[in-house]
Design a binder for this molecule. Structure first.
Ligand code: SF4
Length: 377
């Protein structure tokens, strides 16, 4: 018994584990529950995290490797750069090629390749004005400082990112900044879960993102448990939060009582953040969105509503959507749908590495392939 306790304690040596006792207790419970659920038939349990930050935390803290046999973590459509369709990446690059335009973006988008093999980084080398910013308000400031240029912010993200961008757009409208635009490539988490669950799948439970849920509220996932009978736990980002979330999911599975629970109760309320939801509803309207390797999904994205339509960069510059092929051999789409693991892609670690990435799951710092490459599977 002493040896087993020592072995468990050794797993939490990394400073990422701040409360080692809590973590050891959660892992012990997980081991017991997995053993009870999977025996005697040798059943496999697949849980999916739907958040790039969770994907990275699971890999960096070693959770993936400490989970007992029979329990597998899948990375779902939670990395915003990864889920952006190839056609939309091409539209971003087309915008960057326009004269008199300054492209502003978060750093993760710089190395995502379009179908012709170009990316924002190489376009900047060749003369396009592409700048990394840390907030959409920085992009708005650039627009104020450069009235003779058109400043486009690459709006990519989920419900977490969209409110800050909506705030910047609202400021721009109030101040009548006429040269500020955004590419509305936002995605919504609940309809993405519905899309995953409405087809064949092997998902036994969801580890749900704490930051998105702080905005939309845990009530937004009610349909997952009610209609699809799949357990849900909203979890924080410390490794111990994630272990506790997994433990709560397994408890639901063992009891056969799917529901929506919140482990991250210090930040997430059932109703979410009313102010953030209000500004989202003012600036955006729910619309169809194009997902990588999945295609167009009805009512899974956000576009500008009424008086904010003029901020849509693609409409302003008449850049229409065209289907574009996925990078040859890349299985990002399957990985995002929980149908493959990074190691099952034939290019993983060979022709696709972080320094020479083929697909966005290896480019993004939150991508599943990047996590596997950096920390091992
Ligand atoms: S390893 Fe590279 S090519 Fe393969 S799925 Fe991941 S990103 Fe795509």
């Amino acid at each position: 018994m002493a040896t087993k306790t020592r072995k468990i304690a050794n797993k939490f040596e990394s400073p990422l584990w701040r409360d080692k006792t809590l973590a050891a207790n959660a892992l012990r419970e997980i081991e017991k529950l997995v053993s009870a659920i999977t025996s005697p038939a040798g059943k496999e349990i697949n849980l999916m995290e739907v958040c790039g930050t969770h994907t990275m935390a699971i890999a960096a803290s070693g959770i993936k490797n400490m989970l007992p046999k029979g329990l597998r973590m899948l990375s779902g459509p939670g990395c915003p750069v990864c889920v952006t369709s190839q056609g939309d990446i091409d539209r971003v690059l087309e915008t960057a090629a326009l004269k008199n335009v300054i492209i502003t973006t978060f750093g993760d988008m710089m190395k995502v390749k379009g179908s012709a093999g170009r990316d924002l980084q190489s376009m900047r080398r060749d003369g396009s004005d592409v700048r990394i910013v840390y907030s959409p308000m920085d992009a708005l400031e650039l627009a104020r400082l450069n009235p003779g240029k058109k400043v486009v912010f690459i709006g990519v993200g989920f419900e977490t990112t969209a409110p800050a961008i909506a705030c910047a757009v609202r400021h721009a409208r109030r101040e009548a900044v006429g040269n500020f635009f955004v590419t509305p490539l936002f995605k919504l988490v609940p309809p993405a879960l519905e899309a995953l669950l409405s087809g064949p799948n092997n998902i036994g439970g969801f580890v749900l993102p704490g930051h998105v849920s702080a905005i939309i509220g845990s009530n937004a996932y009610g349909f997952v448990a009610d209609k699809y009978k799949v357990p849900c736990v909203v979890t924080g980002f410390e490794p111990v939060d994630i272990l506790r979330g997994i433990n709560m999911l397994l408890t639901q599975i063992a009891r056969g009582s799917p529901k929506v629970e919140t482990e991250y109760y210090r930040a997430v309320k059932p109703e979410g953040n009313p102010e953030a939801k209000k500004i989202l509803a003012e600036v955006f309207t729910v619309s169809d969105a194009y997902w990588r390797a999945i295609g167009r999904l009805a009512a899974t994205g956000l576009s500008f509503s009424g008086k904010y339509k003029r901020f849509d960069a693609f409409s302003r510059f008449r850049i229409n959507y065209r289907e574009s092929p996925e990078p040859k051999g890349c299985r990002c789409g399957d990985i995002l749908m929980g149908k493959a693991l990074p190691k099952e892609c034939g290019l993983f670690g060979l022709s696709c590495t972080p320094s020479n990435a083929v697909g966005p799951c290896m480019v993004s710092s939150e991508g599943a392939c990047a996590a596997w490459f950096k920390y091992g599977g």
